[in-house]
Design a protein around this ligand. Structure first.
Ligand code: UDP
Length: 252
C-alpha cells in the first residue's frame, strides 16, 4: 500500500493475504486522503473464513492483495497474525469502516451508491444511513441478485457516486470490483459483505461485550446456524497458522 506520499508501506502477511496493519483511525485517514485526491481504489475486508478460501484459490488471493486497502475484519485474522509472530494493531470491522466513510461523505455532500442484498435492503439501508448522516447523498441503490452486470455498471455510473458499497458476499463482490474497476468511475469501492443487512436493521450486530471478547462469530452462529459449514473454516484456519508457525521454526 502507498501512504499517499509515495512511500510504500509493507503489509502483514497472513497465510498469503497481505493486510494493512493500521488502526481504524489510520484506515479512515487513508480513505479520506484517497477521496480528497481522487485516488481510485477498491477496499476489501477479509475475515478468517475468507483468508481460508484464499489459501485454496490463488486467483481470489490476487484480488484481495490487489486492493488499495485490506482491513483485518475479524478476531480470527488478528489471532492468525499473532500466531504467525506478526501481531497487528487491531481488528477493523468492515461494517464500522463503512459507517465512517458515510461520516466522511456527509461532511462534504458526498455521493454514495449501495449495491447488494436482497431486493429492498439497499433502499432501506440508504434511508437509515441518510437519516443518521445528514449531508450524505444516497445517489442510487440496487439489489445484489442481478443477471446483467453491464446494466448495473451503467446505472452506477449514471448516478455518479464518489463511493460504492459493494455488498455481494465474497468472492462475488471482489470479482465485481476488479472486473469493472476500469469502467466504474467512483473513487472508492468497498466490499462490505452483509453490511447492508446491518445498516437496514434486518441483522443485528452482536452486543458490545461479545464484540469485546472476540465472540462476534459465536453470535452470528447462534443467529444463523446455517453458517456452521463455513464457520468450520475458522478452526481450520487457526490450525493452518499453527502448522505454518511450526514449519517456520523448523526451517529457521
Ligand atoms: N448477496 C447478494 N448477491 C448474491 C449473494 C449474496 O447481494 O448473489 C448478499 C446477501 O444478501 C448478503 C451479503 O451478500 O447481504 C452476504 O452476506 P454475508 O454475511 O454472507 O457476507 P460475508 O460473510 O461474506 O461478509
Amino acid at each position: 500500500m502507498y501512504d499517499g506520499k509515495g512511500v510504500i508501506i509493507l503489509r502483514t502477511d497472513v497465510m498469503g493475504v497481505g493486510f494493512d496493519n493500521l488502526t481504524k483511525a489510520e484506515f479512515i485517514q487513508r480513505a479520506d486522503e484517497m477521496l480528497c485526491q481522487h485516488q481510485r481504489g477498491y477496499c476489501v475486508t477479509p475475515n478468517a473464513e475468507i483468508v481460508y478460501e484464499a489459501i485454496q484459490d490463488a486467483s481470489f488471493r490476487e484480488l484481495l492483495n490487489g486492493a488499495s486497502l485490506v482491513l483485518p475484519d475479524g478476531a480470527g485474522v488478528i489471532l492468525g497474525a499473532k500466531i504467525l509472530g506478526t501481531p497487528m494493531k487491531e481488528k477493523v470491522a468492515g461494517i464500522e469502516f463503512g459507517e465512517e466513510i458515510c461520516k466522511l461523505l456527509s461532511e462534504r455532500d458526498g455521493r454514495l451508491y449501495l449495491l447488494g442484498g436482497k431486493p429492498g435492503i439497499a433502499e432501506l439501508a440508504g434511508e437509515k444511513l441518510a437519516q443518521k448522516y445528514p449531508g450524505l447523498v444516497i445517489c442510487g441503490t440496487a439489489d445484489g441478485y442481478f443477471k446483467d452486470e453491464t446494466s448495473v455498471v451503467q446505472k452506477i455510473n449514471a448516478a455518479n457516486p464518489d463511493v460504492v458499497f459493494v455488498c455481494l458476499g465474497a468472492p462475488k463482490q471482489e470479482r465485481f470490483m476488479i472486473n469493472h474497476f476500469e469502467e466504474l468511475n467512483a473513487t472508492l469501492m468497498l466490499g462490505l459483505g452483509g453490511s447492508l443487512d446491518g445498516y437496514a436493521g434486518v441483522i443485528q450486530r452482536a452486543p458490545k461485550w461479545m464484540i469485546r471478547l472476540s465472540l462476534e462469530w459465536l453470535y452470528r452462529l447462534i443467529k444463523e446456524p446455517k453458517r456452521l459449514g463455513r464457520m468450520m473454516r475458522l478452526p481450520k484456519f487457526v490450525l493452518i497458522c499453527y502448522k505454518e508457525k511450526l514449519r517456520g521454526k523448523k526451517n529457521g
